[in-house]
Design a protein around this ligand. Sequence first.
Ligand code: SAM
Ligand code: SF4
Length: 469
Amino acid sequence: MKPDIKGLQNFIDEDAIWKTVQDTAGTDAARIHDILEKAREAKGLTLDETACLLHVEDPQLNEAIFETARTVKQTIYGNRLVLFAPLYITNECGNRCTYCGFKATNTELERRTLCAEEIQREVTVLEDQGHKRLLLVYGEHPKFGADWIAETVQTVYQTISQRSGEIRRVNINCAPLDVEGFKKLHDVGIGTYQCFQETYHTDTYAMLHPSGHKQNFLWRLHAMHRAMEAGIDDVGMGTLLGLYDYRFDTLALLAHAAELEKHFGVGPHTISFPRLEPALNADITFNPPFPITDAQFKRLVAVLRLSVPYTGLILSTREGQTMRRELLDLGVSQLSAGSRTYPGAYADPNYNRPEVQQFCVGDNRSLDDVIQEIIHQGYIPSWCTACYRLGRTGEHFMGLAKAGFIQQYCLPNAMLTFKEYLEDYASDTTRAIGMPLLQHEMETLPDTRRNIVTARLCRLEQGERDLYF
Ligand code: SAM
Ligand code: SF4
């Protein structure tokens, strides 16, 4: 199928974005403090205000940004943190993205597409670790259309582990489809449709995507519009950091989000900010043209939290343990853990094969190890899927989120799913440190809520599962 791009416009005004980047350089401290004052109200920031913050180098002002991000994060999300794992379904790909190990020209890469039995095997391993939310990842190949992707989603939902669990929310990261294709994904109950624009700078985009469907910038740029038109309320956006100037791409991404809000009344459900990681036969990944330093990266995450306070911020295992620990406080609300980045990796007894993976993972710890650290940081790990299953998605979700709902429902739901984890999957060490945290969290709930949650925790102890508000 050749994508039809007749009539599609590039709504990203590159000149205007560059002008904003340039005009906001060197903003004085008083203005930065004014912007942070506004950010504390958690109503979001304009592109101009966001750009001012992205420029900040002064250590004191930088700390002020971090402190504001911590406050806003705590106010909106409390101390819950949603966990998921990626599941690679195929690494066959017809594109030639210069930065990706799966590119068609990488002849050294072993190609593999999981059949239904193999998907079931992978899902069972993940379920037995305690995962309830997966992100399915696909290369883009003419062999695989929307029907096939939809079948793989159904296979995942239908895989129930003998030992315990089931996957309750399947999110998707695949190449853009047409509206009809997206409807098929909607019909099989996907959660979020995720697709990264990589860079919004058209000349750079053309250089990095020399052939294949992904060459088509406008088709990708309008993917979220088509997904939403097809009824998928929750969409996830991102740029691949290191390909182009991060300030330009961040402002362009926020302009993209604003465009969706204008058309559909709601922006993206999540934003991801992957940094380029080394990949086999992808020279650019060893020497990124626009590297982003750790300091710039941390500021970027904190500024996103202030700019779009109600949008989930997703952190992957591309980052190492130390950076991940620091970013949790600065605004991240969703975290992958125990990730493996090639098809069949979870059930692979010879795991750790760089010659088949998409890129190198920075945090190789198991889910249980990551959870121990999260608990030590005072966060409640959550596998909650209530909103999506109760139809609280898109505009409906954002409306509730803005009314303080997340604290009222998300935290109790986080506690219920955390309790399930502690009952069914946790190591002895994790259980020993997790139970007191749960107890402590219970005490923060208002009396009426605490009584209801206590009753449900008892039902979980007696063997019931999947309880939520
Ligand atoms: N094939 C689909 C696509 O390109 O949209 C979806 C899957 S692709 C594997 C998912 C994402 O991985 C890409 O959108 C890109 O941002 C990211 N990615 C690719 N190569 C990477 C690398 N070397 N380091 C970090 N992330 C990378
Ligand atoms: Fe294929 Fe996606 Fe990798 Fe590009 S980023 S080569 S489309 S898997």
